[in-house]
Design a protein around this ligand. Structure first.
Ligand SMILES: Nc1ncnc2c1ncn2[C@@H]1O[C@H](COP(=O)(O)OP(=O)(O)OP(=O)(O)O)[C@@H](O)[C@H]1O
Length: 248
């Protein structure tokens, strides 16, 4: 019998969504494979956060289908969401608790034993270079350090897919660089698939896959060189401008 193929980490098919009759996403379809770093690039109001809200099941759409690691989020939400890690646009750590307390609380919500949680906490903090801060109160940490803690927390249950919604907002250039590098290493070394939403072109690297979203529609999808060549532009910046300025 042939081996069953590895499922895509994320598969979105024909997704359409409206807020009170106002269309926000129209026929959105794409896939992300294990280990792939995909940047969801769109200006303010493009629909990025709405797409994340549908993937995480904060909202529900009856038009279209979303599957995480082969499990459809409407038909099998438990199986699908157990393979999903999320870093939201607004930080969600408890500032008055220590790093350790924040992470162990999250691990308990995912049903991890104390022992597994402690082992994973150590491993994930090491991965984002925050192992020395385990006993620090979150309030004492910089914005960039807090973001790295949020990534470590999102990895505790070993997701197949990690969503990050504009994770560098408010960070200085050096902290942004560290965050981008740590997240790429997750893809390369652990096969985690990443969907990174941003409106900042300079967060896209040549090795990334990029999806350009504008007014709820995918305007381009592929590796940076292909997307840029297809638009007949010399740079991704020019491509983004051409595909998003004034178009319906
Ligand atoms: N709860 C809501 N009710 C009604 N309209 C909404 C709601 N949330 C978002 N919208 C509208 O949906 C569209 C897409 O918004 P969304 O927040 O998904 O975009 P975004 O790409 O994440 O933007 P940003 O980069 O500014 O966060 C916008 O026109 C926004 O005004």
């Amino acid at each position: 019998m042939p081996a069953s193929p590895t499922p895509s980490a994320l598969c979105v098919e024909g997704l359409t969504f409206s807020y009170s009759g106002k269309p926000v996403l129209e026929d959105v379809s794409f896939k992300i494979e294990p280990g792939e770093f995909t940047v969801l690039l769109g200006p303010n109001g493009a629909g990025k956060t709405t797409l994340f809200s549908l993937i995480t099941r904060l909202y529900d759409s009856r038009v279209g289908k979303i599957s995480i690691n082969g499990a459809e989020v409407r038909a099998a939400p438990g199986a699908a969401l157990s393979r999903l890690g999320v870093v939201f646009q607004q930080p969600t750590l408890d500032l008055d608790l220590t790093v350790r307390q924040n992470l162990l609380y999250h691990a308990a919500l995912h049903g991890l034993s104390r022992r597994t949680a402690a082992e994973r906490m150590e491993e994930k903090l090491l991965r984002v270079g925050m192992q020395d801060q385990v006993r620090a109160r979150v309030r004492q940490l910089s914005g960039g350090q807090r973001r790295r803690i949020e990534i470590a927390r999102a990895l505790l249950h070993e997701p197949a897919l990690l969503l990050l919604d504009e994770p560098t907002v408010g960070l200085d250039i050096a902290s942004r660089r560290v965050l981008v590098d740590h997240t790429h290493s997750l893809c390369e070394e652990q096969g985690v698939a990443v969907l990174w939403a941003t409106h900042l072109i300079d967060e896209v690297e040549d090795r990334d896959t990029v999806i350009i979203l504008h007014r709820g529609k995918i305007r381009a999808h592929g590796d940076v060189a292909t997307v840029t060549a297809a638009a007949g532009s010399a740079s991704l910046g020019g491509t983004f401008q051409a595909l998003t300025e004034g178009r319906q």
